[in-house]
Write a protein that binds this ligand. Structure first.
Ligand SMILES: C[S@@+](CC[C@H](N)C(=O)[O-])C[C@H]1O[C@@H](n2cnc3c(N)ncnc32)[C@H](O)[C@@H]1O
Length: 191
């Protein structure tokens, strides 16, 4: 499902939050459920998470962000835990997928622009968060029918076309899963 997350900070560990029973190989798993493969039992809605600043080269949140109480605060915490240049790999249902509203434990229903508030221009909402990321990779998977018909390639061909799809087409040509790779930007501590 996931594309390569790049070769950034390979020396640092990977944290898989909400790892469930399919923890990413070699990662430190965190989950609140003791029946999972988690190495650390913690609640993503309680801050701070039990790790120091800049501890990880990669944080994976696979089908988890839609479960947390506060998406902005959670991504800010990912930012704190990532080393400069480290990446958050976030995978979540697109809000037009059946699963998004079917599961009553989902608290957020997102589209492929929902994390633009952490980008360079903050989508004009700089007061949402001080955490900054560079959006290195964004991909939307569509329902199988649309994928076979070639719509998935078109949707992902450019940010502009993806925006057009979100605005005009996605209620018919429905999405399935969004995947983002966000690179943490951290200010150098000056003298
Ligand atoms: C849909 S499962 C995904 C599991 C795994 N990432 C995967 O892709 O198979 C969501 C996971 O997130 C965990 N989770 C949900 N809310 C959480 C929270 N507030 N704190 C910690 N873990 C949470 C659940 O216990 C569950 O293991």
């Amino acid at each position: 499902m996931s594309a390569s997350a790049g070769s950034v900070n390979k020396a640092l560990p990977v944290l898989d939050v909400g790892c469930g029973v399919k923890k990413y190989p070699g990662a430190i798993g965190l989950d609140r459920n003791t029946r999972t493969s988690a190495d650390v039992i913690a609640d993503l809605d309680h801050f701070p998470y039990p790790f120091g600043d800049d501890s990880f080269g990669q944080i994976r949140a696979v089908h988890v962000i839609e479960h947390v109480a506060d998406v902005i605060r959670t991504v800010e915490e990912f930012h704190r835990l990532l080393a400069p240049g480290g990446r958050a790999v976030i995978i979540t249902p697109h809000y037009t997928d059946f699963s998004s509203f079917c599961d009553p434990t989902h608290r957020s229903h997102l589209n492929s622009f929902s994390l633009r508030y952490f980008g360079e221009d903050n989508a004009g909402f700089g007061y949402y968060s001080g955490a900054r990321f560079v959006e290195k990779y964004t991909n939307v998977r569509l329902l199988a029918l649309w994928r076979y018909l070639g719509f998935e390639l078109l949707v992902n061909a450019s940010r502009r076309f993806r925006r057009f799809w979100e605005f005009y087409l996605c209620y018919i040509v429905r999405g399935k899963v969004i995947e983002w790779h966000l690179e943490a930007v951290k200010k150098a501590v000056g003298p």
